[in-house]
Design a protein around this ligand. Structure first.
Ligand SMILES: Cc1cc2nc3c(=O)[nH]c(=O)nc-3n(C[C@H](O)[C@H](O)[C@H](O)COP(=O)(O)O)c2cc1C
Length: 349
């Protein structure tokens, strides 16, 4: 799959400020760096191992998935297609995988569940806890199977002076359909307009236990790029760690996920599941990620470009293409099952 071509087609279709919001990184080269880092690994294929067939089935926090290619939580998908996560979810369900749903979705949780895809709710802890409390309670009631606590940004990021979008969709919605925090009651949503809607910058490890207690769901901590932090969050009770740079949207010169993954995987061993996202653009990247210690990989922008160019079918085509490339890579690497994708298959370029 040519993701760059898909992105060009999405850029042709989307209003410029929407495309700009989707593609933006924290700095001018951040996204490119996060993508290029995956190509900095080469492979040592095994041959003549006598294994036929390829099995990509796995489970993430107990949910079976046909492929380790998962869909990352992304805000404001209705600006790519008016159906938003209704389309992304249906494609994900048909593909046999799992969907992350952003705090900042404009789609009601029940509509997400109706797609049939298993989903995890992504949480930001705002200063006014009534906001995440109501969102979490409703996500649980609607059938979310885990929570993804995003910890790598401490505020809405500041777009570059040339940016053609506002980071605050409350002030300037990306599209007529794009409404922020749709799953809140209007009075609670109103509280999000003021300081209460700012990120809680004093967040510490106790947030993990608090969320677990509130929801009764497993907690995935998203945005870890260091082995010592991975250990701390696991010791604090996290059920899984997602190595992520927020698609290079958080800190302009953060180490790319591709370089951080091995350190995190080694720090937590087999204690919890480790996932990765940011910059993956092919099934070979997914194979590399799993060899470096990820149980599964989330994909962000390629899915958004699929949604913008072809709705549900566009998303499905992206997932199918990534999966097909993964199967071919496993075949050529002599890795018939995901467990056969081991670190010895990968060397730095
Ligand atoms: C347009 C857009 C919106 C996003 N919104 C959120 C969000 O609301 N919450 C979150 O935790 N991550 C968000 N992310 C980050 C993704 O979950 C994921 O980490 C990232 O997209 C993966 O990198 P990739 O786009 O290079 O695949 C967003 C990413 C994009 C591109």
């Amino acid at each position: 799959m040519d993701v760059l071509d898909l992105e060009r087609r999405a850029a042709d279709r989307l209003p410029p400020h929407v495309y700009d919001y989707f593609r933006a990184g924290a700095g001018p080269d951040s996204v490119e760096r996060s993508v290029d880092a995956w190509a900095r690994f080469l492979h040592r294929p095994r041959v003549l191992r006598g294994a036929g067939g390829t099995d990509t089935a796995t489970a993430v926090l107990g949910t079976p998935v046909a492929s380790p290619v998962l869909v990352a939580p992304m805000a404001q998908q209705v600006a790519a297609d008016p159906l938003g996560e209704r389309a992304t979810g249906r494609a994900t369900a048909g593909f046999g995988s799992l969907l992350g749903v952003s705090t900042n979705t404009a789609v009601p949780f029940d509509d997400v569940s109706a797609t049939g895809a298993p989903w995890w709710f992504q949480v930001y802890l705002f200063r006014d806890r009534a906001i995440p409390e109501q969102l979490v309670d409703r996500a649980v009631a609607a059938g979310a199977r885990a929570l993804i606590l995003t910890v790598d940004i401490t505020g809405l990021h500041h777009p570059s002076p040339e940016a053609t979008y506002s980071v605050d969709p409350m002030e300037w919605p990306l599209s007529p359909e794009a409404e922020r925090l749709t799953n809140l009651d209007p009075d609670v949503r109103e509280r999000a307009r003021g300081e209460g809607g700012w990120f809680d910058r004093s967040l510490g490890l106790d947030a993990i236990g608090w969320l677990r207690e509130r929801s009764g769901l497993p907690i995935v901590v998203k945005g870890v790029v260091r082995g010592d932090d991975a250990r701390r969050v696991v010791d604090a009770g996290a059920d899984a760690v997602l190595v992520s740079t927020h698609g290079a949207r958080a800190f302009a010169t953060s180490v790319p996920s591709a370089y951080a993954l091995r350190e995190v995987a080694e720090a937590v061993g087999d204690e919890v599941e480790v996932y990765v996202d940011s910059g993956l653009r092919s099934g070979i990247d997914v194979a590399t990620a799993i060899a470096l210690g990820a149980r599964a990989a989330f994909v962000g922008r390629p899915v958004m470009w699929g949604l913008a160019t072809g709705g549900e079918r566009g998303v499905r085509a992206v997932l199918d293409a990534l999966h097909g490339e993964l199967v071919t890579a496993m075949d050529l690497l002599g890795a018939p099952a995901l467990a056969d994708l081991t670190p010895d298959l990968v060397v730095p370029a």
